[in-house]
Ligand binder design. Structure first.
Ligand SMILES: CC(C)(COP(=O)(O)OP(=O)(O)OC[C@H]1O[C@@H](n2cnc3c(N)ncnc32)[C@H](O)[C@@H]1OP(=O)(O)O)[C@@H](O)C(=O)NCCC(=O)NCCS
Length: 181
């Protein structure tokens, strides 16, 4: 994967600096940890690193941590074949193709780990994320109107899925949607 290195481990201080370095714009799109501040960052890192449902990907460029992503399993037996997905790339490194590369690596990992579906949500106006996910073959599964409020403003959320075996997925989606509407 050219210059990028991916590791399941990272020094806490590097993780902390990366998270504290994220701009408000990035944090408006990556709301997974909520508000990140000097006061709560240690707590966030502590609970993130001990979460045993996660496969973690620390992304390094020339030994500098430039991003973090994860796949997360479900506890429920009926959802063992599905994992969820999160990613954030530091501001300086966005738009350089790294997000796409990492996502590809994460997808390969998910299929190797025998997951059959990757499920994620993103904001409807997160153009970079939508572009990357569509390019990777994710399909829109659902639209959640005014699902979240960010700084008091309602924001729509899109749910997307990628299937290991995508045969008939679009057809099934359209069929069900037609029945429901
Ligand atoms: C979303 C994110 C992971 C994508 O990673 P990235 O390294 O920036 O993305 P890439 O450079 O691989 O690709 C971005 C694509 O979006 C496009 N893009 C970026 N901003 C865009 C915009 N405002 N409008 C349209 N397209 C845009 C780029 O042109 C590129 O497309 P291309 O490959 O066809 O040229 C990264 O931007 C990020 O961490 N953003 C903040 C947190 C976030 O949104 N996380 C995802 C939550 S679901």
């Amino acid at each position: 994967m050219n210059k990028l290195k991916i590791s399941s481990k990272c020094e806490k201080k590097d993780f902390k600096n990366m998270l504290l370095g994220l701009s408000q714009k990035t944090l408006n799109d990556f709301t997974y940890f909520g508000k990140i501040s000097k006061k709560n960052v240690e707590k966030i890192i502590f609970s993130e690193l001990k979460d045993n449902k996660k496969i973690r990907f620390f992304i390094f460029l020339e030994n500098e941590l430039i991003g973090y992503s994860f796949l997360s399993k479900f506890i429920r037996k009926s959802k063992k074949h599905v994992c969820t997905y999160g990613i954030v790339i530091g501001d300086k490194w966005q738009g350089k193709g790294f997000g796409y590369q990492i996502c590809k690596h994460m997808i390969e990992t998910a299929w190797k780990k025998k997951f059959e579906k990757i499920w994620l949500t993103t904001y409807y106006d997160n153009k970079a994320a939508l572009k990357v996910y569509k390019k990777l073959g994710f399909i829109v599964e659902g639209i959640f109107i005014n699902e979240e409020k960010i700084h008091g403003k309602p924001r729509h959320v899109i749910s997307m899925g990628l299937f290991k075996n995508n045969k008939n997925i679009r057809k099934t989606h359209q069929k069900i949607f037609k029945i429901l509407n």
